[in-house]
Design a protein around this ligand. Structure first.
Ligand code: ADP
Ligand code: TYD
Length: 206
């Protein structure tokens, strides 16, 4: 495939949106075609599924939750991401399958290998060339979010130990695949993080 697929991972409020926007501006200023997208969401069907998984009141069984994220992912990759990569675009995506392994696996305590395999089946095994992990302690992410004045969604509302398990799972995923992951301390200043990402991305986009 001609394009470049880069995903951003980290807890809620870790700075993913901030860094994706900075990187997109940098790439566009260099004449690159950039597609910004996110999971859950990114397509019309995905936005309906996003509304269910993030805002539906009441209990959703953990395996059902994993399947809803996988359904969103499958449709998103097939209809938006693969076509963009085939055109040769650079896709910057807020969250991908590592989110499912961390949140549905470690967070909801499903088997992480099964959760990963479900997403690989859903996406016909599409993997990103680079995954940027913005690592922040759960308490910092919560403080940052409190300042943004928006309502907590179903996952964000989980207790701090849920978010600590999510963070540890992300770090374990990064340790297992060091060639795919760039792990950055998300407590560093925004501009410093941006520069660290650029060092890596410059090599990838040529
Ligand atoms: P995410 O997309 O991961 O939820 P955001 O990019 O929306 O995170 O950032 C959450 C909040 O934290 C925003 O108010 C943002 O301005 C702030 N923020 C982002 N990166 C940093 C940083 N490196 N240091 C301090 N605050 C940050
Ligand atoms: P998101 O829009 O990424 O919010 P934030 O900017 O706060 O990170 O929120 C998506 C929520 O869905 C987030 O709490 C993580 C969760 N999620 C999963 O549990 N599994 C998944 O596979 C994905 C993609 C997201």
């Amino acid at each position: 495939m001609a394009g470049v697929f880069i995903t951003f991972e980290g807890g809620d409020g870790s700075g993913k949106t901030t860094q994706i926007n900075l990187l997109a501006s940098w790439l566009e200023a260099r004449g690159k075609n950039v597609v910004l997208t996110r999971e859950p969401g990114g397509t019309d069907l995905g936005n309906e599924l996003r509304d269910i998984v993030m805002h539906r009141a009441g209990f959703i069984a953990p395996r059902a939750e994993a399947l809803l994220y996988a359904a969103d992912r499958s449709h998103h990759i097939a209809t938006l991401v693969r076509p963009a990569l085939e055109r040769g675009d650079i896709v910057l995506q807020d969250r991908y399958l590592d989110s499912s392994v961390a949140y549905q696996g470690a967070g909801r305590v499903l088997d992480p290998d099964e959760v990963r395999e479900l997403s690989l089946w859903a996406t016909e095994r599409l993997m990103p060339q680079l995954t940027v992990l913005l690592d922040v302690p759960a308490s910092i992410a919560k403080d940052r979010q409190a300042q943004t004045e928006r309502a907590y969604d179903r996952l964000e509302a989980e207790a701090e130990d849920f978010h600590t398990r999510v963070r540890e799972s992300y770090l374990a995923l990064a340790a297992a695949e060091p060639e795919r992951f760039l792990v950055i301390d998300g407590r560093r200043p925004i501009e410093e993080i941006h520069q660290l990402i650029l060092e890596k991305v410059s090599d990838l986009v040529g």
